[in-house]
Design a protein around this ligand. Sequence first.
Ligand code: MG
Length: 256
Amino acid sequence: MIELRTPAEITQMRAAGGFVADVLTELTAASAVGVNLLDLDALAHRLIRKRGAESCYIDYHPSFGSSPFGKVLCTSVNDAALHGLPFDYAIADGDLVSLDFAVSVDGWVADSAVSFVVGTPRDEDLRLIAATERALAAGIAAAAPGNRIGDISAAIGGVARDSGYSVNTDFGGHGVGRTMHGDPHIPNDGRGHRGFPLRAGLVFAIEPWLMHTTDEIFTDVDGWTLRSADGSRASHVEHTVAVTEDGPVVLTARAT
Ligand code: MG
């Protein structure tokens, strides 16, 4: 069921959005060569406690997960595309790191992800990240009243394909509200002018993710981490966006 939020509720959701943005900024700054993924998770946990926020991940146990997630941060490194379960791994020079973070603050959820290279980047990784960011920007720009869900999907998929990447549509954007995952589902590719009509009050996460040379994934033996089928690297970026009469508002925008 798709739910609409009032302008006052969207104002309340800004608290969660701002906190998620600030945590991702802090975690990105802390991601250096030699830093362990478990330390990043522990830092996120401390920031959650300090703020009095509630993790959306730690008890998360959907049908596709083998057990509750148990951490508060997804850390997807290199060929890990999504849902990376933090483990005892020290970030190496040139690693492509994606961090995905969702909490609720005062009962409202925000969900956002960022990708970056630690240390010396490969050009191809920077191109992949840039394409994923352009796809997100195009998806956000399409999130305006009068458009439809399919216009967001088509915008994301168009950027991906124009950039030379194929798209996996198994996981995509989702409604965000009192819980992390609601309707509508927003596939990362699709046909414009199709699907649910966008109107003010819709709040959802838009989250393109791309891999260099495949659109297939498999689940790691940890039961959570989704890795590219061919070992090529992946990038994932996400924002929580409110559709308003004035157009899309990014609730998880980071200070630049
Ligand atoms: Mg997320």
